[in-house]
Design a protein around this ligand. Structure first.
Ligand SMILES: NC(=O)c1ccc[n+]([C@@H]2O[C@H](COP(=O)([O-])OP(=O)(O)OC[C@H]3O[C@@H](n4cnc5c(N)ncnc54)[C@H](O)[C@@H]3O)[C@@H](O)[C@H]2O)c1
Length: 445
C-alpha cells in the first residue's frame, strides 16, 4: 500500500510546506538493488575505545569490502562504526561520547551507526559488564536523534567465541538490506558451523521453505531468498493455490498447498522436503493470522484457531523436522513474531501470547539447535505495509506509521532482508536472536 504522506514529504512542491509546518518529513529509505544486491557502498569512519577487543577484526573486515575507510578530517559523509568493547568504567564512557559528539555531523543520509561491545553476560568483570550494558541505552537514544535522516543505529554484542562471527552482522547492518531494522541488538556467538558462503548469492543451491508464501511478507521472503540463490518451497492454504502457484512460478520455486494446521500437515511437509533432496537449508514460519477481540468477548475458537496457526503448527513442524537430519549441519529455523508479542496490544491477547511464545521458541531451542549445527532466530515486525495493515482504520494507520524514529511503515521486503541475513550461511554465529524490524517504533520500545 502507498504511503501518500511519505510521497508528499518527498515531493518538491510540498516538502517545504511540511518543513514550514514542522511536520515529520520521513526520508525515502535506500533499499537493496535486486539486480545487484548486497553491494556495500559509501564511506565508513571507524573509531574505538582504549582496550577495544575487536578493532583489528573490524578493520580487516571493512578493508575486504568496497567501502572506503576515511578519516575524521576528510570532508565525507559517512557511516560510523565504533568498537566500544574496551569501555569498562564510567570515566571511560567519555570516549564513546567524544567519538559521536565530534562525528555525528558527518553521518550520511540513510547512514548507519554501529556500536560493537561485549555481551555483558559473557564478562566475568562486573564493572566491565555494567558499562557494556550501557551501550543499549546509548544506541537506542542515538537512533531517536538520527531517524529524521533515514539513518539507523544498532548494536552488535560479541558473546564468548563470537569474534569469528562479527563479519556477517557488520556487513548486514552496513548494507541497504537493514534499512528498517533500527535500535536493535544482534548478538554474535561462537559459530555453529564453518559458515562459508558467497556474499552476493549466499543461498545458491539451497532449499528454503516458507509458510504463508502466497502474499504479503511471506511472498517478499520467498522473493528475497530466491534472489539470493535458494529454491523456495512455498506453502499456503489450498484456497490460495492459484496465488501461490503464480508466486512460485515467478521465482522458479515449488508449490505445496497445505493448511499447516490440518491433521498430519507436519509429516506431509517433511515428506515433501525429503523428496527434494537430503537436506533443507531453512524453514521460515511466516504464516500467521489475527483474530482481534477484547478478551472478555473473545471466543475460544478465536483463541485456539490463531494459536494453532501462529504457534502450534510451527512447533509440530519443528518437531517433525528435528526427528530427521534434514536441517543438521547448517540448517536455519526462523520464527516471525511481532512487536505485539513484545509490547502487547489492545484486543490482541491471543496474538500477543502467540507471538511472545514464538520468541520463547527461539530462546528455548537455541542451545539444542546449536548442538546440531542449526541456528534459530526470529524477526518481530512492527508496522509493515501489507493487506493486513491496509485494513487498519485511517487515523490508527497513520499513527502506526509515524510513531517510529523513521516516521514511516516498513515494507515486506524489509522483514525479508533481515530473514535473508539470518539464513545466510555466514550468519552461523547468530543464534537465539529476536530482532524487531520496526524502524524503532515507540510501541514497547
Ligand atoms: N503486516 C504486519 O504489519 C505484521 C506485523 C507483525 C507481524 N506480522 C506477521 O508476519 C507474518 C505475515 O504477515 P502478513 O502481513 O504478510 O499477513 P498476510 O495475511 O498478508 O499473509 C499471511 C499468509 O499466511 C497464510 N496462512 C494463514 N493461515 C495459514 C495456514 N493455516 N496454513 C498455511 N498458510 C496459512 C495466508 O493464506 C496468507 O497467505 C504473520 O505471521 C504476521 O503475524 C505482520
Amino acid at each position: 500500500m502507498t504511503d501518500r504522506y511519505l510521497e508528499l514529504a518527498n515531493t518538491n512542491l510540498t516538502k517545504s510546506l511540511f518543513d514550514g509546518l514542522g511536520l515529520p518529513t520521513p526520508v525515502r529509505l535506500k533499499r537493496e538493488d535486486n539486480a545487484d544486491p548486497h553491494q556495500l557502498t559509501g564511506n565508513v569512519l571507524l573509531g574505538s575505545s582504549q582496550g577495544a577487543g575487536f578493532s583489528g577484526e573490524i578493520t580487516s573486515i571493512l578493508s575486504s569490502t568496497p567501502l572506503a575507510m576515511v578519516n575524521a578530517g576528510d570532508d565525507n559523509k559517512v557511516s560510523l562504526v565504533f568498537d566500544a568493547s574496551g569501555i569498562s568504567s564510567a570515566d571511560e564512557s567519555i570516549q564513546l561520547y567524544e567519538f559521536f559528539n565530534q562525528n555525528l555531523k558527518l553521518l550520511a543520509q540513510c547512514g548507519r551507526v554501529i556500536v560493537i561491545g561485549h555481551r555483558p553476560e559473557s564478562l566475568s568483570n562486573t564493572t566491565h559488564a555494567t558499562l557494556q550494558r550501557g551501550l543499549v541505552g546509548f544506541v537506542k537514544s542515538v537512533a531517536k536523534e538520527i531517524g529524521r535522516k533515514g539513518a539507523t543505529a544498532n548494536l552488535i554484542y560479541v558473546d564468548k567465541g563470537g569474534k569469528a562471527a562479527i563479519e556477517a552482522p557488520l556487513r548486514f547492518l552496513l548494507s541497504a538490506g537493514s534499512a528498517f531494522m533500527n535500535a536493535q541488538v544482534l548478538t554474535a556467538g561462537k559459530p555453529v558451523t564453518d559458515g562459508a558462503g558467497d556474499w552476493t548469492r549466499p543461498l545458491e543451491g539451497k532449499i528454503a521453505l516458507v509458510t504463508g508464501a502466497a502474499r504479503g511478507i511471506g511472498l517478499a521472503i520467498s522473493q528475497v531468498l530466491a534472489r539470493d540463490g535458494a529454491t523456495v518451497i512455498g506453502v499456503d492454504v489450498p484456497q490460495a493455490e492459484t496465488e501461490l502457484k503464480a508466486a512460485m512460478d515467478s521465482i522458479g520455486g515449488l508449490c505445496l498447498p497445505l493448511d499447516i494446521t490440518s491433521d498430519g500437515a507436519a509429516e506431509i511437509l517433511v515428506n515433501f522436503c525429503q523428496e527434494q533432496g537430503s537436506s533443507l537449508h531453512s524453514i521460515i514460519h511466516n504464516a500467521g493470522i489475527t483474530r482481534d477481540k477484547m478478551l472478555s468477548r473473545m471466543t475460544n475458537v478465536q483463541w485456539d484457531l490463531l494459536m494453532q496457526v501462529n504457534l502450534g503448527a510451527a512447533q509440530r513442524i519443528n518437531d517433525a523436522l528435528m526427528a530427521t537430519d534434514l536441517l543438521d549441519n547448517g540448517g536455519k529455523i526462523i520464527g516471525v513474531a511481532s512487536i505485539s508479542g513484545i509490547a502487547g496490544n489492545v484486543g490482541q491477547t491471543n496474538y500477543g501470547f502467540s507471538k511472545s511464545a514464538v520468541i520463547g521458541m527461539v530462546d528455548s531451542l537455541a542451545k539444542p539447535c546449536a548442538k546440531r549445527g542449526i541456528t534459530i532466530n526470529a524477526v518481530a515486525p512492527g508496522f509493515i505495509e501489507t493487506q493486513m495493515t491496509a485494513a487498519i482504520p485511517f487515523v490508527t494507520r497513520q499513527m502506526g506509521r509515524r510513531l517510529s524514529s523513521l516516521s514511516q511503515g516498513g515494507l515486506p521486503v524489509d522483514v525479508a532482508e533481515v530473514i535473508g541475513f539470518f539464513v545466510s550461511p555466514q550468519a552461523a554465529g547468530i543464534n537465539g536472536n529476536t530482532v524487531r524490524v520496526c524502524g524503532q517504533s515507540l510501541l514497547g520500545a
